[in-house]
Design a protein around this ligand. Structure first.
Ligand code: NDP
Length: 312
């Protein structure tokens, strides 16, 4: 069977780069949107050129130029958007409405994966303000996709390891503490941690799979379903040292959110949903969902212990 042609939008981004790598590694003809708005951003250009060297096709197109988006999506079978969606960097989720419009007009795309890759937004109707904007915007995009009749797969990738494993889940940290760590309450709520390279791998496996069509793909590698406490214990065993621990109660955490700016409130809101509420693991995957490590047992996903070794 011929491999589907894939367009990655946001291909120079944090998760977008991993998706492009996975697409190239699995020999899908890979196209990347090259936006003129990158201007003199030489680092982005270098990333794009390095992908081109590996066989990717760079396609010029802009979100301000509908025709260019239509032409870009006409080149491929599958479109994956990895456009930005964390407020402390950039949040452009609703721009994808323009992409949906272009795909509807082009009419040829047989799978679209919008930029999600985190907490399942469909389960977050109750989420706290102002952090809920992330979920609300992703649901606006879902509604547009479904109204346009575009075939899709939604990917809930849970916690990117780089942010959460790296920082032992402590907000504001991306490297693990070596002396003291603050726990969310008793640190017992289970979350799910996924190496970003594995996210790329699972995504590319899913794009042509009939089992993921119009479903949510949850990436829940079983050995990486861990509480913050378990994560810290793994780090302690690698360090050969026990960290001093403090506990932040749920109420103190909520109170602490009042004194920070809105960008931080949004981020902390997500930590609240994951580590106090348990929104990644407090449900069974139902009929509208499938789980990646079950569908693709051949993927030897990175275990948290191995991920943590790079920080030693
Ligand atoms: P990035 O911040 O790395 O940005 C991705 C790309 O978005 C950029 O490289 C750029 O693409 C594009 N972009 C940025 N601004 C604009 C703009 N104004 N117009 C058009 N394109 C723009 O994104 P992330 O990889 O951090 O986030 C991607 C997804 O992953 C989001 O949905 C986010 O919510 C989710 N996420 C999940 C996390 C988790 O732990 N589960 C953690 C972080 C993010 P280019 O220049 O290449 O065209």
């Amino acid at each position: 069977m011929e491999k589907s042609r894939v367009l990655v939008v946001g291909g120079t981004g944090y998760i977008g780069r991993r998706i492009v790598n996975a697409s190239l590694a699995s020999d899908h003809p890979t196209y990347i949107l090259q936006r003129p708005e990158i201007g003199l951003d030489i680092d982005k250009l270098q990333i794009l050129l390095s992908f081109k060297k590996q066989g990717a096709h760079l396609v010029e197109g802009s979100f301000s130029d509908h025709k260019s988006l239509v032409e870009a999506v006409k080149l491929v079978d599958v479109v994956i958007s990895a456009i930005s969606g964390v407020h402390f960097r950039s949040h452009q989720i609703l721009l994808q409405l323009k992409l949906v419009k272009a795909m509807k007009e082009a009419g040829n795309v047989n799978r679209f994966l919008p930029s999600e890759f985190g907490i399942d937004p469909a389960r977050m109707a109750h989420a706290l303000e102002p952090g809920r904007v992330t979920f609300d915007d992703k649901m606006v995009v879902r509604k547009a996709i479904e109204e346009a009749g575009i075939l899709h797969t939604y990917v809930s990738a849970n916690c990117f390891a780089g942010y959460f494993v790296g920082g032992l889940c402590e907000p504001g940290r991306i490297t693990p503490a070596r002396n003291k760590v603050c726990m969310f309450g008793d640190g017992a709520i289970k979350a799910v941690f996924v190496d970003e390279e594995d996210i790329g791998t699972y995504i590319i496996k899913a794009i042509d799979d009939p089992r993921t069509l119009n479903k949510t793909l949850y990436i829940r590698p079983p050995e990486n379903i861990l509480s913050q406490r378990e994560l810290v214990e793994i780090w302690e065993s690698l360090l050969g040292k026990v960290l001093q621990k403090s506990q932040l109660s749920e109420q103190d955490f909520l109170d602490s959110m009042r004194d920070v700016d809105i960008v931080q409130q949004i981020g902390l809101g997500h930590y609240y949903q994951v580590f106090y509420e348990g929104c990644l693991t407090n449900f069974e995957i139902g009929g509208q969902g499938v789980e990646a490590s079950q569908l693709y047992p051949e993927v030897n996903y990175t275990r948290v212990r191995d991920y943590l070794k790079q920080y030693l």
